[in-house]
Design a binder for this molecule. Structure first.
Ligand SMILES: Cc1ncc(COP(=O)(O)O)c(C=O)c1O
Length: 412
């Protein structure tokens, strides 16, 4: 955006509304979701029906989700956090077993590993904010059981690369480390012509109120093609019950098989009913985000200091967040100045999503003594993410770009 246009846009005034740096999608329901929720509640009045342990809405939601992603199976759970717990539990880690996880991350994946008694091995990310395959390989040892990568901010991590690396470094007892994905922020994105959620051993999605679609604020889904794994996940989700005759078992008409430990991580019927509508609308909710990101990149393309989001040719990202990097010389203090300037003078909120998890989280720091990822620290010190939301107007997007261009010019 040239300086004249920039001045014009800024003269028009500020944002039409406050946009938090990481806005909620949660408000974007239609009458259809409300109707679906009402119907599911009304249909549950009958004492013989209730909300069900395992109801048609949940089964249908899972089948449609699996069909959307292109996997054989999908299993709904209460959140991505619990989904990741269940996923790592399915590895049956033994003392000393290691799981490689990128340091630039939300705390959920590292916590899942630590919660299951695994040794958390942190690896570097590159400028895509996804785990750097070369460093993943460098971090593998004969104790590595899995590589658990996060598809950061809506861009697919290069799963095929990790799978190839895993093949080259088999665990002496369990074979190639499993590759798992945390796609909490990446539902609907594609990689090598297929949806994120395929290819890996399993992938976990979030249906939390901030994410690409939501089931009344909380929810999660796990996708896989592996039938044996799916049976195990079912058992973990619901008291060791692996068959579909859950209702009979719950009513005491059948005993359970011995599928080992399980607990209760089920989504509710009303959430599933709403999820079916949101899933139908998913692509239509993603499209405006992608369009907005495209226009933003075009408008910011003449700001030489900024590195814009990188879109590998084999990826279609969904832009849960829109990442910008300042130059190396601006890392840290000057980036912080830019973020403060944007907030104070232009009313534009931004966030660093995410710094290395051992810097942001005391528990992870305590559990990873001596580990550091200097390249990721540097990337995080250059990173800032302005808000993005499918309902953001072109005018607000343009104002945001003018504010960023102007603020960068002031610090130049
Ligand atoms: C990358 C990532 N993984 C996992 C989670 C956890 O998701 P949930 O809120 O569904 O537990 C989040 C939530 O912000 C996330 O950003």
């Amino acid at each position: 955006m040239d300086s004249e246009r920039c001045r014009e846009v800024l003269a028009r005034g500020g944002l039409s509304r406050e946009w938090p740096a990481e806005p909620m999608l949660g408000g974007w329901y239609t009458e259809e979701e409300i109707e679906a929720a009402n119907e599911a509640i009304r249909a549950s009045f009958d004492p013989a029906v209730g909300f069900g342990f395992f109801c048609d809405e949940i089964v249908e939601f899972e089948q449609k989700f699996a069909a959307y992603i292109g996997t054989r199976y999908a299993l709904s759970v209460t959140s991505a956090g619990t989904g990741l717990d269940v996923a790592v539990r399915a590895l049956d880690l033994e003392p000393g077993d290691e799981v490689v996880v990128p340091a630039l991350n939300f705390r959920a994946a590292p916590y899942a590993v630590l919660g299951c008694g695994g040794k958390l091995v942190l690896c570097e990310s590159d400028e895509t904010l996804n785990a750097d395959p070369a460093d993943v390989e460098a971090k593998l040892t004969p104790h590595t059981r899995a590589i658990l990568v996060t598809h950061m901010n809506g861009l697919s991590a290069p799963i095929a690369d990790y799978l190839e690396i895993a093949e080259r470094h088999p665990h002496p007892k369990y074979g190639p480390p499993k590759v798992l994905g945390d796609a909490a922020r990446a539902l609907g994105g594609s990689y090598q012509g297929r949806k994120i959620g395929t290819g890996a051993w399993m992938t976990v999605f979030s249906l939390h109120t901030m994410k690409m679609m939501t089931t009344l604020g909380e929810g999660g889904m796990i996708t896989t093609d592996d039938a044996e794994l799916m049976a195990r996940l079912r058992g973990l989700r619901q008291w060791g019950i692996v068959e579909s005759e859950d209702l009979e078992i719950a009513r005491g008409k059948r005993g359970t098989g011995d599928a080992g430990w399980g607990s209760n991580y089920k989504l509710t019927k009303v959430q599933a009913a709403v999820g079916l509508v949101q899933l139908r609308r998913l692509d239509e909710m993603i499209a405006p985000r992608v369009a907005l990101a495209g226009k933003r990149s075009e408008m910011l393309s003449d700001v030489p200091e900024l590195t814009l989001p990188y879109e590998p040719a084999d990826c279609a990202p969904v832009y849960y967040l829109y990442n910008l990097l300042v130059p190396r010389e601006w890392a840290g203090e000057k980036r912080d100045q830019l973020m403060a300037l944007l907030r104070e003078e232009y009313g534009v909120d931004t966030v660093v999503a995410n710094p290395p998890v051992y810097q942001a989280d005391a528990y992870v720091r305590r559990m990873t003594p001596g580990q550091s990822t200097p390249r990721s620290e540097e990337i995080a010190a250059r990173l800032f993410c302005p808000p993005t939301h499918p309902l953001m107007s072109d005018e607000d997007n343009e104002y945001l770009c003018a504010a960023i261009s102007d603020a960068v010019a002031k610090l130049r």
